[in-house]
Design a protein. Structure first.
Lengths: 295, 292
């Protein structure tokens, strides 16, 4: 039992090799890691070496990201994306990740028919099913049709497939200004991933603003101007019964040029803030209580 | 204007969109084909034909076809577990194999690349649980697929009678912890299997979740590991074959006479409802189930 259990970092936050990132996370006390496909394919030893590095780290994969622009296509575009999805699923399975993150489509070529989108996502979930993988469908705040978690939830309900759920990313909720009341409508068992990050701007009115901020200037929970709202979000998720993982999806150009230990330490502080000040989770019992219990 | 009576309520039909009509064959992969052959012969199966190009033997009794695949590429799955045979494929009889395969691909199945050599049948297949495959066979009424890929073993009766009239009853699949809902959805979506309520059970091993094929010819049982088990050490697989018999007692007696041993404990022992053979070669057991 560890104070940081339930919280993890994303490899995308730090620079350096996969091994260096895993080691920095572990040294900071984390026990899980959100992996990116690029971690595997850019590894000098190739995918098998990257998989071996993940296994050797002892860190549990929170999930694997990210499949983009999958749904709503037709004809050869759809066939092409199915092939891409299969390769992603194979890598996801190789790392032992149980969750594949799929982001809502930004493509002009994709339909806005929610039933068609749901049908494609069900197909993705079926592809993932024999591999033991769940698909977390996340609404990007600049997604063409699905850009709020309320809509991604609608689509997931339409698809009605046990291994298809939603991924929640606090950034996109705050960027799109989605009211948090809709959290109450979610089934906590169908939230397969929650990614948390904060940012420094109060408003991101245009899709352009959202994309630029999302990709270069997110900060850890508690470090930005949306900390109160983020705490509110986490508490609401806790209240409806969400007990899954929280991973820190922090894209930040500054963190990319800081020592890994420094970045991991900021993540640890953020996790501690969530644990102690937001969720008020209890500290693990001291060791002597466990000795007593076993007598 | 009045609506027809049938439109007043939404009554779900039981579709059978693949035109499923039973099991054409079940395949074991093993690097020890002789040893498995002995086990199968004890169970009443007879070797009737050999594959033209690969190390594959067809066994048969009554309406049951069972294929033992020892060709090196396929037997590799078994080699990883000390040569223990594994159920590597189940072939479904369908109305149109190409249509069935195409439909499953559209729904999100993984294709299996055909290994057919010249003049051999290309039987379309998709990946199933673990390393297994599901084949689709449509040419079972007008002629036998085995006539093309297999050569009959000379002097051997090609249609040996089934011991005690046994026939395929179903397949038991071991699944991961908490995976029942996933696999129920998979079989319902892909093959139009339907859920059998928990209070309807057959045989003597009622655990897990049960599904029925849309043709009604066979059952599919999904079993999760017990909560105390280490799930990493129990991969998903097709675990055993269920054989239906009208008179389980007679089947047990006939099989015992051939040297088949049955699990006999206070909780589990042969009875009228069913029986379980002792595991042979570390992994091969058969479940007998009473069938009306």
């Amino acid at each position: 039992m560890n104070l940081l259990d339930g919280f993890g970092m994303d490899t995308i936050t730090m620079a350096g090799s996969l091994e260096a990132k895993l080691s920095a996370m572990k040294d900071a006390g984390f026990s899980q890691v959100m992996l990116m496909a690029r971690d595997l394919v850019t590894h000098p030893g190739g995918v098998p070496a990257a998989v071996a590095a993940v296994q050797a780290s002892g860190l549990r994969p929170t999930g694997f990201q990210v499949l983009r622009d999958f749904e709503g296509l037709s004809g050869h575009l759809h066939g092409y994306k199915v092939d891409i999805a299969k390769s992603m699923l194979e890598m996801c399975a190789a790392t032992g990740s149980k969750v594949l993150l799929a982001c809502s489509s930004t493509s002009r070529h994709a339909t806005d028919d929610l039933d068609h989108i749901a049908r494609d996502l069900k197909k993705l979930a079926m592809l993932a099913l024999p591999l033991g993988i769940k698909v977390a469908y996340e609404g990007l705040s600049w997604g063409r049709t699905v850009n709020e978690f309320t809509t991604s939830w609608d689509v997931v309900c339409r698809a009605d497939c046990p291994n298809l759920g939603i991924g929640i990313d606090s950034f996109h909720i705050f960027a799109a200004n989605t009211p948090l009341d809709a959290i109450e409508d979610l089934d906590p068992e169908k939230i397969f991933l929650v990614q948390l990050s904060d940012f420094m701007w109060n408003e991101t009115p245009t899709f352009e603003d959202r994309m630029t901020t999302a990709r270069t200037f997110r900060v850890f929970p508690g470090e930005g101007v949306h900390s109160e709202a983020l705490a509110d979000l986490v508490l609401r998720l806790d209240r409806i019964g969400y007990r899954g993982d929280y991973s820190f999806e922090v894209f930040n150009d500054d963190y990319q040029q800081l020592p890994l230990a420094t970045v991991a330490e900021r993540a640890r502080k953020s996790a501690t803030w969530l644990h102690d000040n937001v969720l008020h989770r209890s500290a693990p019992l001291p060791a002597w209580t466990r000795t007593q219990a076993s007598v | 204007m009045t609506l027809p009576l049938t439109h007043r309520e939404s009554v779900p039909e039981s579709p059978n969109r693949l035109g499923l009509d039973g099991i054409e064959f079940i395949e074991y992969a093993t690097s020890r084909p002789q040893a498995l052959g002995q086990v199968l012969e004890n169970m009443g199966f007879r070797p009737v034909a050999r594959h033209r190009s690969r190390e594959v033997t067809l066994y048969r009794q009554g309406g049951m076809n069972l294929v033992v695949n020892a060709s090196p590429d396929d037997a590799r799955v078994s080699a990883t577990t000390d040569g223990q045979p594994v159920i590597s494929a189940v072939a479904f009889r369908v109305r149109d194999a190409l249509q069935a395969h195409t439909r499953c691909m559209e729904l999100g199945a993984w294709n299996v690349t055909s290994q057919a050599q010249a003049m051999e049948l290309h039987i379309p297949a998709i990946h199933g649980p673990g390393g297994s495959r599901f084949y689709f066979v449509d040419r079972w009424q007008e002629f036998s697929i085995y006539d093309i890929d297999f050569k009959p073993i000379p002097t051997v009766d090609q249609h040996p009678e089934a011991t005690a009239g046994m026939s395929y009853f179903g397949v038991v699949q071991y699944i991961g912890a908490g995976r029942s809902a996933d696999w129920l959805a998979y079989f319902e979506h892909m093959f139009d299997f339907s859920f059998v309520p928990d209070d309807q059970r057959f045989g003597i091993l009622p655990k897990g979740k049960l599904m029925k094929s849309p043709c009604g010819n066979f059952l599919w049982q999904l079993i999760e590991p017990d909560p105390w088990m280490d799930t990493d050490e129990s991969p998903e697989c097709l675990q055993r074959i269920g054989l239906g018999a009208v008179d389980v007692g007679a089947a047990v007696a006939a099989l015992k006479a051939r040297g088949v041993e049955f699990v006999e404990s206070t909780q589990l022992h042969p009875e009228d409802r069913g029986a379980l053979t002792r595991s042979a070669l570390g992994s091969v057991s058969f479940e007998l189930v009473h069938k009306d």
